[in-house]
Design a protein around this ligand. Structure first.
Ligand code: XLS
Ligand code: MG
Length: 343
């Protein structure tokens, strides 16, 4: 048993296509994924707006809500909650040059329309959290947008969302690059500043994805700790990453075990989850995996998170204090390594 509740998104089970090659596995129907997530031990589902209502651009606002209610009934059937809804602003022809910070006013309005619909969908799923992964909010050609104006446009869009619905809370999922070259909001420090500049800072927080912090050259445990210190870490996407290259979404802990240990440790020390927060996984199975292995990375990541939780329960804080008092950090480091390597 874990002290944490865990969440996952339907996109975490995918067909294996990448930028250089086609799918390697069959598509698994939505309901089958949901059923399997429950069996594996997840408590909640993360959604993009069009995971819930696939053809939403063609539907009226009332039709979108009606469709979302069908998904709510499906979740109820499997005793699962919705953790958040995120507008998928990077896939649409309207947002080729970004959404909230696009140079086109028409496209900015479309992005806001999708953000408002995401709020409606979240409400229909009985959930108050919106995630903004700001995939294309930044530049490909640096001189095409002003960093000052882009930041103001982003804050303005967030304010409009906060005013649209007084209950919703927005989590900014930061990432420094990919698909964009330079992001407007690359780290949780930026997210906290945007929160402070918004009309209601108490409703704007952050979501840290381990791989995204590593892509910014930062330690994910420190990013988590920074937002926790402000009471603004409302979710995490645990996964792993081999260095500063393309976003890999590897299973949690498989590349950087000590870093994974320290992410779990800071979450446990801060009693993360006490306000109902979930530990989210945002992992992808390898492209080489066969159809029957489509969920292995989720099972493995959950197992690793829970094994680390057990390790941290054994962490000897008295010994840590003694090492700190004697400034014997070599001894402390070796203690951590032994703890990690012992069976
Ligand atoms: C992509 C993001 C995405 C978000 C949800 O890198 O992690 O999967 O978590 O929009
Ligand atoms: Mg993510």
């Amino acid at each position: 048993m874990s002290r944490f509740k865990f969440s996952v998104g339907p996109w975490n089970v995918h067909e294996g296509a990448d930028a250089y090659g086609p799918a390697t596995r069959e598509t698994i129907p939505f309901e089958e994924k949901i059923k399997k997530f429950k069996e594996i031990g997840f408590d909640a589902i993360q959604f993009h707006d069009d995971d819930v209502v696939p053809n939403m651009n063609e539907l009226s606002e009332a039709e979108i809500i009606a469709e979302a209610k069908k998904v709510k009934a499906l979740l109820d059937r499997y005793d699962l909650k919705a953790e958040f809804v995120a507008p998928r602003l990077w896939m649409d022809p309207h947002t080729t040059d970004g959404g909230f910070t696009s140079n086109s006013e028409e496209d900015r309005n479309f992005a806001l329309w999708r953000a408002f619909r995401s709020i409606d969908i979240a409400r229909a799923l009985d959930c108050n959290y919106i995630v903004l992964w700001l995939a294309r909010e930044g530049t490909l050609c640096y001189e095409s947008k002003s960093p000052v104006e882009s930041t103001k446009k982003l804050i303005d869009a967030i304010n409009q969302m906060l005013n649209y619905d007084k209950q919703i809370k927005i989590m900014i999922e930061t990432k420094p690059n990919e698909p964009i070259d330079r992001s407007v909001c690359p780290t949780l420090g930026h997210a906290m500043a945007i929160s402070a500049a918004s009309v209601d800072p108490s409703r704007v927080g952050g979501l840290l994805e381990s791989a995204h912090a590593m892509l910014a050259g930062l330690d994910p445990a420190s990013e988590i700790g920074f937002a926790l210190s402000m009471g603004k870490l409302w979710s995490v996407h645990l996964n792993d990453q081999n260095g500063m290259k393309y976003d890999q979404d590897k299973s949690f802990g498989v590349e950087n075990l000590r870093t994974a240990f320290n992410q779990m440790k800071v979450l446990m020390e801060s009693d993360f989850g006490k306000n109902g927060e979930y530990i989210g996984l945002d992992v992808k199975v390898m492209r080489t995996e066969k159809q029957e292995g489509s969920y292995k990375h989720l099972e493995n990541s959950l197992k690793i998170a829970k094994m680390l939780e057990k390790k941290i329960e054994k962490f000897d804080y008295d010994y840590q204090k003694k090492c700190v008092a004697e400034r014997d950090y070599e001894a402390l480091e070796m203690y951590v390594m032994e703890l990690l390597m012992q069976g």
